[in-house]
Design a protein around this ligand. Structure first.
Ligand code: PMP
Length: 348
């Protein structure tokens, strides 16, 4: 067998669990099926290549994101864009600084191009100490700093002031601000691209817009940065159906906003229910909740009842990340947790 390059050979392939389920609360997908009314095949021409520049989509995104279309590049999910930027800026041995725990794919994209991922531990309450990030950036001079806010998996939101403190302090690194979940929070920092030429903001339509299956993400930055990174964008990266669906979703932004309001209310309800069951619940600005459960092996036990959530091990402790589902899905989750806890008590 011909060998892969060493930095890639040591990687574990990413397989997504394909387990039969009743309730899926493990991947932070939207439960809003925004385009349930569908659209006609005549509305677009699948025999033709898509608009390589996604011009119409970028114009519509610009309205929602409050910038100009020249400040946007779109990709197959923000995953493609994060990978593209890390690849475009990092050579073997360059450093990428971020917090841990955070979105696990940052490490993978660094490994793919041989960059070194340096993770600073979050505080005990999973808050992200910006002063520590700045101090480490001064120490190791990373090519890129990645700040995920709201953070996945913890839900922690870094304030706009803290983001600005980072941008004012770290001028020699590219700053990627991953705002995949910001629609469920407040105060996007996307408008700061006009003030900081080293800022790249990542957004996605996979969460609040319920389009995870169509893979649409956006990178927002000053136009010089966009033109610069455009060099590594493959032509026609976003297919015609995804462009069309994303445009339609943006035309129906009121439905997205309604959905966001619902998720925020359901997040509060779910959080209260879990607290009543003695879960340690961390504040979340996202469409998921990070918890420390009062029972062992909750992930495995819920999987046995067809309820999928995520499990994280951190410093020898087990945590769970639970996507906020529909009212019905959340009730099933809570019911199953109660059953599990009752069974444990009976066995004591
Ligand atoms: N950033 C974060 C923090 C995420 O959690 C995810 C998806 N889980 C992504 C980026 C990528 O999302 P997508 O590629 O679907 O846009």
């Amino acid at each position: 067998m011909i060998k892969l390059k060493p930095s890639v050979e040591k990687l574990q392939a990413y397989f997504v669990n394909d387990i039969p389920y009743r309730v899926k609360l493990d991947a932070n997908e939207g439960s809003n099926y925004l385009l349930k009314d569908g659209f006609k095949i005549d509305d677009f021409k699948p025999n033709l290549y898509p608009d390589s520049d996604s011009s119409i989509l970028r114009e519509k995104m610009a309205v929602y994101y409050g910038c100009k279309d020249e400040n946007i590049m779109v990709g197959n999910g923000s995953s493609e864009l994060i990978n593209m930027v890390i690849n475009a800026f990092c050579d073997k041995g360059d450093k990428v600084l971020s917090f841990v725990p955070s979105f696990s794919m940052y490490q993978t994209y660094c490994d793919l191009c041989g960059a070194e991922y340096v993770g600073i531990e979050c505080e005990k309450d999973f808050s992200q100490n910006i002063d520590k990030l700045i101090a480490e950036a001064e120490n190791i001079n990373p090519k890129i700093v990645i700040l995920c806010s709201p953070n996945n998996p913890t839900g922690y939101v870094t304030s706009r002031n803290e983001v600005m403190k980072l941008l004012d302090s770290v001028k020699n690194s590219l700053i990627i601000l991953d705002e995949a979940y910001i629609d469920f929070s407040e105060n996007s920092a996307a408008d700061l691209i006009d003030r900081y030429e080293n800022l790249v903001v990542m957004r996605t339509l996979s969460k609040a817009f319920g389009l995870a299956g169509l893979r649409v993400g956006a990178m927002i930055a000053c136009s010089e940065m966009i033109n610069y990174v455009w060099k590594v964008k493959v032509p026609y990266n976003l297919n015609i159906l995804s462009q069309y669906a994303a445009e339609t979703a943006l035309e129906n932004i009121h439905r997205v906003k309604d959905y966001i309001r619902q998720v925020k209310a359901l997040r509060q309800e779910l959080s209260n229910s879990l607290k009543e069951l003695d879960f340690m619940v961390y504040d979340s600005g996202s469409n998921f909740i990070f918890v420390k459960p009062p029972v062992e092996n909750l992930f495995e036990k819920l999987m046995g009842c067809g309820v999928l959530i995520r499990k994280f091990s951190y410093k020898g402790e087990t945590y769970n990340r639970i996507t906020v589902g529909t009212k019905e899905e959340n009730s099933i989750l809570i019911e199953e947790i109660k059953n599990i806890m009752e069974a444990e008590n009976e066995n004591r």
